[in-house]
Design a binder for this molecule. Structure first.
Ligand SMILES: C[S@@+](CC[C@H](N)C(=O)[O-])C[C@H]1O[C@@H](n2cnc3c(N)ncnc32)[C@H](O)[C@@H]1O
Length: 416
C-alpha cells in the first residue's frame, strides 16, 4: 500500500523539536531551505570541488551546502556564514575539512556567485526536470523556477459563518495583514506567515489553513441537501471539513487507508464540531469496507506524486523516487475503478491530485473514460482558474500563487 508518506515528513520532524523559538525558526529555515535548493547547490558545489567528497564525508558535504545556502539564499554576512560553517565542521571532528570549507566558501564570495535562473531551474532531481520538460514544453522552465518560491500562507474562511472582509478586518486589528485571493472567493493570503495560535477564529473553525487550489474541490462537488457523500482518501481532512462546512445537511463518509491519519481527521472534526462516518480501508477494494447504499457524490483526492506541492513540502524533491510513479498510477486507476461502482446513477465523482504530471491527471482520466462507457466528463469550462486540458483542468504550481493541482468531474448519467 502506498501512502503519500513524503507529505509533511519535514513538517512532522520540525514539530517534534524543542528549543528556543529563535533557534527553531533558524533550524526550520536551514532544513526546509536546504531541501528546496539541494540539487542546485549540489551542482554548484560539485563545480567548485577538485574531486568529489567520499561517501563517508557526507556530513562535510551537507555542512558545505548549508554554508552555500546561508551565503547565496539567506544572504547571511560573509564573515558569519564562513565562521559558522567552519565551526560546524569542528564539531564533526574532521579538522582537515576546515581548510576545504574555508576555500570553497571564500571562492564563492570572491567570484560574486549568485543563484541564477539556470541554477534555479535545476533545483530538482533529474527525473523530475525531465518529466516537467516532457509534459509542459515551453511552460516548463518558468514552472521549474516558480516551483522554488516560498508558498503563501493561505487560509479558508468558513463563509457561512463569517464574511471574508470581516475576517480581514479582524486580523488587521491583531496586526496581521491579509488579502483576498483573486480567484477563489473563500481564500485569503497572509503575505507574512504567522503562528496558527495567533489567528482569532481558528479554534472555532471560522478559519482553516488550506491552499486556494485545494479549496476549489468542495465548490466543484456541489452536494445537494441530504446527499450521501464519500470522501474516499480523506485524511487529514482538509476537504472533508470544507464539505461539511459548505453543505451542512450531507451525510459524509470519510475513508482512508491510514488509521493514524484518520485520527488527525477526527481531531479536525472535533475542532469544528461536526461528525462524519470514519472508515479505514482501501478505496480500490470496497469489498473490505463498503456495507451497501451507493453514493450521490464521491471525492477521490487520490495519493499522488505530490509534484504540485514541492514548494510547500520541498523534502519531496529528496524523498520521492521515479520508481514510485508506476505503482501510484496503478493505485489511482484501481481507486477510480473501485469507486465508480459505488456511485449512484445520476451521481458525480470528483477526481483530484496535487500533481503536475500529466500521467496522473489528464492521461489517467482519458484512460478511465475509455474503460467506462457509462461515464460522462462534465466540463469545467466556466472556471477561471488553471488551464483547460483535453480532460479536466490543471493548475500549474504558482499560477495565481496556488499549489499545482488537477481536477476532473465525472458523472454517471441516470438514463444509461
Ligand atoms: C492527497 S492525500 C488526501 C488529502 C485529503 N483529501 C485532505 O484534503 O486533507 C491522500 C490520502 O490517501 C490515503 N490513501 C492512500 N492509499 C489509499 C487507498 N488505497 N485507499 C484509501 N486511501 C488511501 C493516504 O493515507 C492519504 O491520506
Amino acid at each position: 500500500m502506498i501512502y503519500s508518506t513524503t507529505i509533511g515528513t519535514a513538517n512532522d520532524w520540525y514539530r517534534s523539536l524543542t528549543a528556543p523559538a529563535r533557534d527553531l525558526a533558524l533550524c526550520r529555515e536551514l532544513a526546509f531551505g536546504l531541501c528546496r535548493w539541494y540539487f542546485a547547490l549540489s551542482s554548484l558545489l560539485a563545480s567548485r570541488l577538485q574531486k568529489p567528497l567520499r561517501a563517508r564525508d557526507r556530513d562535510i558535504e551537507i555542512i558545505l551546502l548549508l554554508g552555500l545556502y546561508q551565503l547565496l539564499i539567506m544572504k547571511t554576512g560573509d564573515h558569519a556564514a564562513v565562521n559558522e560553517t567552519v565551526n560546524l565542521a569542528r564539531a564533526q571532528q574532521k579538522p582537515w575539512a576546515r581548510g576545504l570549507i574555508n576555500a570553497v566558501l571564500r571562492t564563492v564570495i570572491r567570484e560574486g556567485t549568485t543563484l541564477d535562473e539556470d541554477l534555479k531551474a535545476q533545483a530538482y532531481p533529474d527525473w523530475i526536470v525531465r518529466r516537467i520538460r516532457r509534459d509542459w514544453n515551453d511552460q516548463a522552465r518558468q514552472l521549474l523556477i516558480r516551483g522554488n518560491d516560498r508558498p503563501p500562507m493561505t487560509l479558508r474562511v468558513d463563509t457561512r459563518q463569517i464574511a471574508v472582509d470581516e475576517v480581514i478586518a479582524r486580523l488587521a486589528v491583531d496586526g496581521i495583514e491579509a488579502v483576498r485571493h483573486r480567484r477563489v472567493p473563500s481564500a485569503i493570503e497572509l503575505p507574512s506567515p504567522c503562528e496558527i495560535g495567533r489567528l482569532a477564529g481558528f479554534e472555532q473553525g471560522l478559519l482553516s489553513v488550506q491552499d486556494a487550489a485545494a479549496q476549489i474541490a468542495a465548490d466543484l462537488l456541489a452536494c445537494e441537501p441530504g446527499a450521501r457523500v464519500l470522501d474516499a482518501c480523506a485524511a487529514p481532512g482538509g476537504k472533508a471539513i470544507h464539505l461539511l462546512q459548505r453543505y451542512d445537511a450531507i451525510q459524509l463518509a470519510a475513508l482512508d487507508a491510514s488509521e493514524t491519519r484518520l485520527e488527525r481527521l477526527q481531531q479536525n472534526l472535533a475542532r469544528i464540531g461536526k461528525t462524519a462516518q470514519l472508515l479505514v480501508g482501501d478505496a480500490a477494494k470496497p469489498d473490505g469496507w463498503f456495507s451497501g447504499g451507493s453514493y450521490d457524490a464521491i471525492l477521490a483526492d487520490v495519493p499522488c506524486s505530490a509534484s504540485g506541492v514541492m514548494r510547500r513540502h520541498p523534502d519531496i524533491k529528496l524523498l520521492r523516487r521515479e520508481s514510485d510513479i508506476m505503482p501510484l498510477l496503478a493505485l489511482q486507476r484501481d481507486i477510480l475503478d473501485g469507486l465508480w461502482r459505488l456511485l449512484k446513477p445520476g451521481g458525480k465523482m470528483l477526481y483530484c491530485t496535487c500533481s503536475i504530471f500529466k500521467e496522473e491527471n489528464e492521461v489517467q482520466i482519458g484512460k478511465f473514460l475509455q474503460r467506462h462507457g457509462d461515464c460522462v466528463e462534465l466540463p469545467l469550462t466556466e472556471s477561471d482558474w488553471g488551464q483547460a486540458r483535453h480532460n479536466g483542468r490543471q493548475i500549474l504550481t504558482g499560477s495565481d500563487n496556488m499549489d499545482g493541482f488537477y481536477y476532473a468531474l465525472l458523472s454517471k448519467p441516470s438514463g444509461l
